[in-house]
Design a protein around this ligand. Structure first.
Ligand code: FES
Length: 177
């Protein structure tokens, strides 16, 4: 069981940086776990904070999440740097990830990548000039091999993609805020 240290009672950054909506979202995750297992809410909490912060996690906002959860900030930094769905540097608000692992590769992931790069005018790992869309550099198997080739748009799965479908999805995304 984790005992909260007195310095983890400091909520300065949490109060300053987290919106009421983000806190409400985190509270929803906290309710799912026992009071002494607050660390378990870290993934959901970081997702909420990332969404609030234009799609990425600054050091301060990760610290704010840790303060809100009353856990050491290093636990938030560790989770954010370990999982590929978190971004610790400024990047596009919307994330497009194309799986290039074996099943997707055998089913035309290279054509999906080429269509996406052409449509957006950027390469994998880059963000459009308006800061709106990032093509995530590398995505491992996203556990949807039966639908290969697969592309995720802001975490939503799109499967058995043709180049036309990639263009349709990306054109739609460019119309969004
Ligand atoms: S290899 Fe692409 S989803 Fe598994």
């Amino acid at each position: 069981m984790y005992q909260v240290n007195p310095q983890e009672k400091d909520k300065t950054l949490a109060n300053e940086l987290l919106t009421a909506e983000t806190k409400k979202h985190i509270d929803g995750w906290l309710k799912k776990y026992p009071i002494d297992q607050r660390r378990s809410a870290i993934i959901g909490a970081l997702h909420a904070a990332q969404e609030q912060n234009e799609g990425w996690l600054s050091k301060d906002i990760m610290t704010a999440v840790a303060q809100y959860l009353e856990i050491p900030p290093i636990w938030a930094y560790e989770a954010a740097s370990f999982y590929s769905m978190f971004h610790t540097q400024s990047c596009g608000k919307h994330k497009v990830s194309i799986c290039t692992n074996i099943s997707c590769m055998l089913n035309g992931a290279d054509k999906v990548v080429a269509a996406a790069e052409k449509n957006l005018g950027i390469k994998l790992g880059e963000t459009t000039k308006d800061g709106k869309i990032m093509l995530v550099k590398e995505e491992e198997c996203v556990a949807a091999c039966v639908g290969a080739p697969v592309m995720l748009v802001d975490g939503h799965y799109h499967e058995k993609l043709s180049e036309d479908e990639v263009n349709r999805l990306l054109n739609e995304l460019q119309e969004k805020d």
